[in-house]
Write a new protein. Structure first.
Length: 635
């Protein structure tokens, strides 16, 4: 007898094929009790071991099926893949057998999963099931190209005497089938503070869409239908959503399960589904909420496009685009995030990631992120973003009866906060004197019809917005924008012609003067940095526009240094006197630089505000759960 240290004792109990690349002690013990040769069973191709264990009558089903699941896992892991084709397809069968025997252990043995809830063996078997499902579906996807099954949501495959049915929910869309399927566990990201996931049943995957191909498919669909080619929408879902894949068997007894040759693969959205029913038992659905988001940001090149767009260069962003962090859900309210100057959706990387990890917030809200060209005048961005949100809501909720059209929450950082402020303000004649008197604009050059400028200068509070969170927002501008490096950068900014698209006939008339005349006009129009200057006439007026009485608003303000009077402080760019709003429902001061939205304190405050909002909002969360597929569909 000898003693072993705690770490070795734990590894002896918990080590298995996934963690140590060796069979678990529980499986080895089952092999010994069955009277089988241990050395033969540790060889991946030992058919006699499989048969001997399956036919053993002196072993209960729980240890038998769990051991068979791990033996098949050993075989699947130790038999190498050798290219695409018949040999590659053969390697899928062991993964399916892992799934079969794990399913038998979990759902067709003497005790229910709930009765084994605290047992490590059940956790091991669940992990084997999830890993086998992951390996099998990614192999099937790569070798059988499921995304080319002629637009069928329920493709059927025939493989090695197996019939495999794949069921894809309508809300994920036919044209949105991925061109790549990646295990979430294989992705690691820099810049994300945490990986948020939910333990449960199923393979956690990232479905990588080809957005260009999807939009081309939409265009081709219009052409094939003989439709007039309509402009493609300025919104899209995140191009790499998280999905969870479950392998299941449509059987009623253990005998059926052990002899069945038909497998069903179902695809689930973990943001919408939290659990599912298997053989009259409610099972938690596994979910990863970070991997798809991180992959999307890593592949987006948002930063490069933002900087090129700021300088008016090619391949930079030219017009606002709306990104939905999940397929539209009419049962959840919308959080709209607006980034700041020279920024992009990357500014919200940890905010969005941690909001998606909050179960209470996840059930209530869906996140929309606006990506816009930050070189444009603030009035122009506000007008185009307002129109974009109006069009998107009309598309998804044409009857304006579901939650997204009511109870919207805006979160704006820096210049994005100014745009959010305009969204909930009213302007009638207040901005006209500024536009008419500012020599840089010269409205007379566009003729006598001033109504074309109404979208820029006249507006009401955006309908449905009930709460705004302003983060490091220069409501009254900043002195930094009017001097030094900022002035130099402002001189480099070039505005795109898209700024005039909403001016219609007036722009067309002026366009006749030629490209040189247009470039001269663009050079004279104040850009975003100009309008952030605390002495700029626009920011002085905009900072005094009345916020709707129907909107509650909050301020998160950064103070660069802990010492010193709050009234005289700043975050390096925005002074407190500019960020402060006297009518705010709450004001949180955080010791930080201007990018305060990235701090843990700011995220905690956002979560606090949103949780408090849920308790005050008129529609209970319980009413939102269990919506039918029809109710979730678009207009």
């Amino acid at each position: 007898m000898h003693r072993i240290p705690p770490d070795e004792a734990i590894m002896l109990r918990r080590g298995d094929m996934l963690s140590t690349n060796r069979l678990s002690e529980a499986t080895l013990q089952t092999i010994r009790v069955a009277g089988l040769e241990r050395q033969a069973c540790t060889q991946a191709m030992a058919a006699s071991c499989f048969a001997g264990l399956a036919n053993a009558t002196n072993i209960a089903n729980e240890p038998k099926f769990s051991a068979l699941a791990e033996l098949w896992l050993q075989r699947a892991m130790l038999v190498p893949s050798v290219g695409v084709g018949a040999k590659e397809k053969q390697t899928i069968t062991p993964w399916i057998e892992v799934v079969r025997y794990a399913w038998a252990y979990l759902f067709f043995t003497e005790r229910s999963p709930g009765e084994r809830a605290f047992e490590g063996r059940q956790t091991q078997v669940r992990d084997w099931y999830n890993y086998a499902a992951q390996q099998a579906v990614t192999t099937l996807f790569s070798t059988h190209d499921l995304n080319r099954q002629a637009g069928d949501r329920k493709p059927i495959l025939h493989l090695n005497n197996w019939t495999i049915r794949v069921e894809i929910p309508p809300r994920l869309g036919v044209l949105n089938l991925p061109h790549e399927l990646l295990p979430a566990s294989s992705l690691v990201f820099h810049g994300l503070r945490s990986t948020n996931r939910r333990d449960g049943f199923g393979a956690e995957l990232v479905a990588v869409m080809n957005e260009d191909r999807y939009r081309s498919s939409l265009r081709s669909g219009q052409e094939m239908a003989g439709q007039h080619l309509q402009p493609l929408p300025a919104w899209s879902s995140m191009s790499s959503p998280n999905v969870t894949v479950v392998f299941r068997f449509d059987v009623a007894s253990l005998d059926e399960l052990l002899n069945v040759r038909e497998l069903i693969i179902t695809v689930h959205d973990p943001l919408v589904e939290h659990d599912f029913i298997v053989h009259q038992q409610r099972v938690p659905l596994a979910g990863n909420f970070t991997a798809g988001y991180g992959f999307w940001l890593a592949r987006s090149e948002f930063s490069r496009k933002s900087l090129r767009g700021l300088m008016g260069r090619d391949q930079g962003i030219q017009a606002p685009h709306l990104y939905l962090m999940q397929p539209f859900d009419p049962g959840r309210r919308i959080i709209v995030m607006l980034h700041g100057l020279a920024s992009s959706p990357e500014a919200w990387v940890n905010v969005a990631n941690e909001l998606l990890a909050d179960v209470e917030l996840l059930r209530e809200f869906q996140i929309w992120q606006v990506y816009y060209p930050t070189n444009m005048p603030i009035v122009a961005n506000h007008a185009t973003i307002r129109r974009l949100l109006t069009d998107a809501l009309q598309h998804f909720d044409c009857r304006e009866q579901s939650s997204p059209s009511h109870g919207l929450v805006l979160i704006g950082h820096s210049m994005g906060g100014i745009i959010a402020r305009l969204m909930v303000s009213a302007a009638d004649e207040e901005l006209w004197p500024w536009a008419a008197s500012d020599a840089r604009i010269d409205l007379d050059r566009f003729g006598s019809d001033r109504s074309q400028f109404d979208p820029y200068l006249r507006f009401d509070p955006f309908p449905g917005v009930e709460r705004v969170i302003f983060i490091a927002t220069p409501h009254r501008g900043t002195a930094v924008a009017g001097r030094g490096f900022a002035r130099w950068v402002s001189g480099l900014i070039r505005l795109p012609l898209t700024i005039f698209e909403s001016l219609g006939d007036s722009f067309q008339a002026y366009a006749g003067t030629g490209i040189n005349g247009l470039e001269g006009l663009l050079e004279s129009i104040p850009n975003s940095i100009d309008q952030l200057d605390e002495s700029d006439p626009f920011i002085k007026i905009a900072g005094e526009l009345p916020i709707s009485d129907n909107v509650s608003y909050h301020s998160i303000i950064a103070k660069r240094y802990g010492e010193g009077a709050l009234a005289d402080s700043d975050d390096g760019l925005v002074p407190y006197r500019s960020a402060h709003l006297s009518g705010a429902e709450s004001e949180k001061i955080i010791i930080s630089g201007h990018s305060v939205q990235e701090t843990a304190e700011a995220i905690m405050e956002i979560r606090r505000i949103l949780r408090d909002d849920i308790t005050k909002y008129h529609e209970p969360i319980a009413d939102k759960k269990g919506r039918s597929e029809d109710e979730r569909s678009a207009c």
